[in-house]
Design a binder for this molecule. Structure first.
Ligand code: GAP
Length: 516
């Protein structure tokens, strides 16, 4: 199936099964804002817990925080967001569509890269086992030409971005003959800077009200609380502060469902360290965070690092963990070495010392910071994209059937266990409800009695429930039930008294946390 079709189906699945709805849908929706439905909120909470436990529960040197969304306006002046949190915007005069100039250029470079990979794949098919890929990449004229074009554009792009040279960004678009992806037109406006922060008024009397911003990242709440946490928790460097919370960005182009939203959630951790040790900690957190992603057990080839060509105004090294979404490899998480930029700036703007006294070195300094920053919604999309499947199956009567399932890791599944009476009579519903009521304190359980067992299985497969229990007439005699496994569809007879132990062991987050 075409990747675009998969993505459309995935999006439709999210709505049909109560994972994600367009915000204010009855009023035709609000662009790039989404609501999480009954199963979405459970999955989201489980992802949060996986992150929070991996950061705060497992590390003595990391503590949590929940800072306010509204902050003093000076925070954003100090952090550089008022002056530099901009995206270069360009409009197509014919289609009247608006784009990010940098994204148009990045997509162009990626299209050249795709051409290179196509050439390599073609040659590999042609030469079979004899194929020397390294040699081909080094000598094939077309590959060399494409790489040279890519490198020339990349150099111009990095220089233009670093110098905020908007004229040059436009010139690259013209020189590369980049067309509007929708209309094919090359009739472009000038490039303009567009600040991504939303502002609002604080105070009820309009004359006295001051303009404040909705935070575009949660990180600044951590920076301004650095001393509060360090002193009250008697923390010694290195130590980290972790936070999960909403962030807001007025994205120019907000497409691809929950990949790029205007209101979203971040899970960020700022790790405060000695100056000079940043590269060592940067490497440490890169590896640790990739391990966290891969521990979920999805295809390892779907993850890669992508080092930044263009560094944010606060970073001296930065990489993205990218996931292979149905629309290609894209960023899920950023790992940034932010130096002492943020604390240094806040120290300057607030006029108070934001320093740490290092007993071992017998001196005070502004700590350096390595941050890990992951979008919760993007992580949600990663998990859904990796676990969504359509399968052909055989029914018991031998006929072919299809099912759509979410092969979620059991500890992330919104519902862990569904309990079904085989029929709605003979005391089977009562036994089923008793089982559900006994187990609901241990994990999320559902009771379902409508429709055939097959249909009930399909509904649970579609929301990713890993285990279904059927209570039948024999249960009344042997106090045992049939457990059906989502992925293999195998069934097993187990005593009711053993259910808690069996399911708890399977859905426990401990095993995965222990592997990190
Ligand atoms: N504090 C650093 C920071 O905010 P970022 O790379 O701009 O860095 C971090 O954002 C993560 O937040 C991204 O990797 C992405 O997962 C998520 N994110 C950023 N903008 C987003 C948006 N508009 N919608 C959804 N997630 C977003």
């Amino acid at each position: 199936m075409h990747q675009e079709d998969i993505f459309k189906k995935l999006t439709a699945h999210c709505k049909e099964y109560g994972f994600i709805f367009q915000s204010s849908e009855i009023y035709d929706g609000l662009s790039a804002v989404y609501d999480y439905g009954q199963y979405g909120v459970e999955l989201k909470n489980n992802i949060k817990k996986y992150w929070w436990d991996a950061m705060v529960l497992l590390n003595d040197d990391i503590v949590g925080l929940d800072s306010a969304i509204f902050m003093h306006p000076a925070v954003w002046k100090a952090s550089g967001h008022v002056d530099a949190f901009n995206d270069p915007l360009i409009d197509n005069k014919d289609s009247r569509k608006r784009y990010r100039a940098d994204t148009l250029i990045e997509d162009y470079m990626e299209s050249l890269n795709q051409k290179v990979e196509k050439e390599v794949a073609k040659a590999s098919r042609r030469f079979g086992e004899e194929f020397d890929q390294d040699m081909f990449r080094k000598t094939n004229k077309r590959v060399l030409d494409l790489n040279e074009r890519m490198e020339t554009v990349r150099k111009r792009f990095v220089t233009a971005s670093e110098n905020s040279d908007l004229k040059e960004l436009r010139q690259i678009i013209i020189d590369c003959e980049i067309a509007d992806p929708v209309s094919g037109s090359r009739n472009w406006t000038e490039v303009r800077q567009f600040n991504l922060m939303f502002d609002t008024k604080l105070g009820s009397v309009s004359e006295d009200a001051s303009t404040i911003f909705l935070r575009p990242e949660t990180a600044q709440g951590i920076f301004v609380n650095f001393l509060n946490v360090q002193k009250s928790g008697r923390m010694k460097l290195p130590f980290g502060i972790a936070q999960i919370g909403k962030a807001f960005r007025n994205e120019i182009v907000a497409r691809q469902f929950i990949f790029r939203m205007r209101e979203f959630e971040q899970m960020e951790m700022q790790y405060f360290i000695r100056p000079g040790e940043e590269m060592q900690w940067y490497a440490f957190w890169k590896e640790k965070r990739m391990k966290w992603h891969k521990a979920l057990g999805f295809d390892e080839n779907k993850y890669r690092f992508h080092d930044h060509d263009k560094l944010a105004h606060y970073a001296n090294a930065a990489t993205d963990i990218e996931f292979d979404f149905p629309f290609g490899f894209k960023e899920v998480e950023g790992i940034h070495s932010r130096t002492d930029y943020d604390l240094g700036q806040h120290q300057k703007f607030c006029g108070k010392k934001l320093q740490y006294f290092d007993n071992e070195l017998n001196k005070s300094y502004v700590p350096y910071v390595v941050e890990t920053s992951i979008g919760l919604d993007r992580m949600f999309l990663t998990v859904l994209a990796a676990s969504w499947k359509e399968e052909k199956i055989k029914k018991e009567n031998g006929q072919e059937d299809e099912r759509t399932l979410l092969q979620l890791p059991p500890f992330l599944a919104p519902v862990k266990l569904a309990v079904f009476p085989l029929v709605k009579k003979d005391g089977l519903p009562e036994i089923s409800q008793k089982i559900r009521n006994d187990l609901r304190f241990d994990f999320t359980c559902q009771y379902e009695e409508k429709d055939s067992i097959g249909r009930r299985y399909r509904r649970q497969d579609a929301i990713g429930t890993p285990y279904c229990i059927t209570v039948d007439h024999q249960t009344r005699e042997d106090e045992a039930v049939t457990i059906r496994y989502r992925d293999s569809m195998e069934q097993e007879r187990v005593p009711i008294v053993k259910l808690r132990e069996i399911i708890s062991e399977k859905v426990n987050i401990k095993k995965i946390l222990g592997s990190l």
